[in-house]
Write a protein that binds this ligand. Structure first.
Ligand SMILES: Cc1cc2nc3c(=O)[nH]c(=O)nc-3n(C[C@H](O)[C@H](O)[C@H](O)COP(=O)(O)O)c2cc1C
Length: 322
């Protein structure tokens, strides 16, 4: 068996490094190239829920999600839902690595039937990128979380392919939430768009689009905890994974696979080969013949002092830093 081979969402991956949903995966040519560079799987650029409504003539000129409307206006000029299905079909006909489709949604209904078309087009799995911004004072947390649960239930009723939810870390009890979500996989975490303010022009722009290596910190903690507490759900670690070291850390914490994006934009696609070589080199140095031999070795349950994952206040440990 190949020493990096792994199973994610029931799919066989030659290695655990998945290229995340982004402009890196929006054409067959790009996907073919990613396969040649060593990607274990790809997640296609997301199809947005609003885009589907738009195509169906259902999207009103007013939307509660201004960012989404901008996106729709731009994106639908160049793309169509049918093109997305064609992309899945053609990618599947061209590459051997798993092709995971992605949908970005803000509600639990309406577009679920479309997911079936994604399955019929040949996608190996479906990634669901959903985030409900909790800003309505009258909405309880239960109500908000029920949107995710309904979505997971509705999708799993009609799909045979596995689904994975790409989550933000903004949940009051992530462990309980993932347990109740009850899906084959979760991606920890999504990196959400965030606004920034230009104080000279007094205009809004976007905060940094790309992550940096230090952004791994939040996901590493939760991968370590969740992989111990919810063993039936695969975890793809995401955000801030820029090199082989970061992949090894996430595997030690218990990740099933990882997703990379910013590092490929910043360092080029050859970074994929570098990451894979660096993992292999580390495994050789440390005497591991397969990633299963060290995966989860430093997760919450496997270490002597699991409190290391629970520590969140700096006070006691860094009192020497003035
Ligand atoms: C240019 C760009 C486009 C993206 N488009 C999508 C998208 O369509 N759907 C999605 O779920 N995530 C999208 N993402 C988020 C990435 O998939 C990934 O979750 C995020 O960049 C964090 O990973 P990283 O630290 O490796 O970059 C995009 C990110 C970038 C930089």
């Amino acid at each position: 068996m190949n020493k990096l081979e792994t199973t994610y969402l029931g799919l066989k991956l030659r290695n655990p490094v998945i290229v995340a949903s982004s402009g890196l995966t929006n054409t067959v040519e790009k996907i073919k190239n990613l396969e040649a560079k060593g990607a274990g799987a790809v997640v296609l650029k997301s199809l947005f829920e609003e885009q589907i409504y738009f195509e169906a003539g259902k999207l009103a000129s007013h939307t509660d999600y201004p960012e989404a409307l901008d996106y729709v206006n731009f994106y639908t000029k160049n793309n169509s839902v049918q093109e997305y299905l064609d992309l899945i079909k053609n990618a599947k006909a061209t590459v051997n690595i798993p092709v995971i489709a992605s949908i970005n949604c803000v509600s639990s209904k309406g577009w679920v039937d479309f997911a079936k078309k994604i399955e019929l087009a040949g996608a190996d799995a479906l990634e669901v990128n959903v985030f409900v911004l909790p800003i309505d004072k009258s909405l309880t947390s239960d109500k908000i979380e029920s949107i995710y649960f309904e979505l997971a239930e509705n999708l799993q009723k009609i799909l045979s392919i596995p689904i994975a939810f790409k989550l933000s870390s903004h949940f009051s009890n992530l462990v309980g939430f993932v347990q109740k979500l009850n899906v084959p996989g979760v991606i920890l975490f999504n990196r959400l768009y965030a606004p920034d303010i230009d104080i000279d022009t007094m205009k809004f722009g976007s905060a940094d689009i790309f992550s940096s290596p230090s952004d791994i910190r939040n996901s590493l903690r939760w991968v370590g905890i969740l992989s111990s507490k919810i063993t039936k759900t695969d975890i793809a670690a995401s955000t801030g994974i820029h090199d082989g070291k970061a992949v090894i850390k996430q595997l030690l914490a218990g990740a099933t696979a990882v997703q990379v994006c910013s590092t490929l934009y910043k360092n080029g696609l050859d970074q994929l080969e570098t990451i894979i070589k660096d993992i292999e080199k580390w495994m050789k140095t440390n005497g591991y013949n397969h990633i299963d031999e060290f995966r989860g070795k430093m997760s919450y349950n496997k270490i002597e002092d699991p409190q290391i994952y629970e520590r969140s206040q700096f006070m006691k440990y860094f009192s020497s830093i003035q």
